[in-house]
Ligand binder design. Sequence first.
Ligand code: AMP
Length: 222
Amino acid sequence: MGARLVIMGPPGVGKGTQGELLAERFGVPRLSTGDMIRAALEAGTPLGERVRAYYEAGELVPDEVVLGLVAEAFDGSEASGGFVLDGFPRTVPQADGLGELLAARGIGLDAVLSLEAPEEELVDRISGRRVCAACGLVTHVRAVGEAAACPDSDCRAGLIQRSDDRAETVRNRLAVYGAQTEPLLAYYARSETGLTAVDGTGTLEAVRDRLFETLRTAEMAG
Ligand code: AMP
C-alpha cells in the first residue's frame, strides 16, 4: 500500500529514524533532503560545493536547491507509488513549491505528521548522535560509548559525528527551525490535509507505535 506522507519536527526529534520505519511500513522510499545534501557534499558535486557553507553553519540551503532535488526525486520512478518526505518542506516557499509539484502530478498528501519533543531532549539526542560513515546506521553514545565501531556486526566501520551535530551548530539549527520551519505547522494545520501532532518522546518503539496508531486511526495503516 502506498502513502504520501510528510514527517516534520525539530532537529533531533527522530524524523530520520521514524521516517525510515514509516517508509518500510508503507513500502515507499524515504526522501530526505538532508541525506541528498550530504551525498552531494561527500561526492563534492557542484551542488555540494554551492551548499557546503550553509550546511556547516546549520543554516538552510536555498529553497530552489532543495526544490530541485525533490522534483528530481519525484521524477524518478521509485517515488511513483508514494513517499515519506523527511526534512522537507522547511520553509513556506518550499511548502508552496511542494504544493505545485504535487498539483502538477495530480496527487495530494495523505498526512503531515509533526513529531514533538522538549528542547533539552533534542540537544541531548543530537549532541550524542553518532553515524556510521560506511552504512549510515544512526546511534547514540549512550548506546555504544565514545569512539565505538558500528554496532552492525556485518559493518564494524568507525562511527563519526555529523559535522552539523556539534554543539555550536545545534543551537543555530534549533533557532533556524523556530524561525523558518515552525510557521509551517500552522500552514499545514490550515490546509486540506491538516496537521497531525505526535509525541516524539520515549523509546524508538514507543514513538513508532504512536505514529502507526495515529495513521491507523486516520484509516491509513489498514
Ligand atoms: P537534516 O539532515 O534534515 O537535519 O538536514 C541537515 C541540513 O541540511 C540542514 O541543517 C540544512 O543545512 C540542510 N537541509 C536539509 N533539508 C533542507 C531543506 N528542506 N531546506 C533547506 N536546507 C535543508
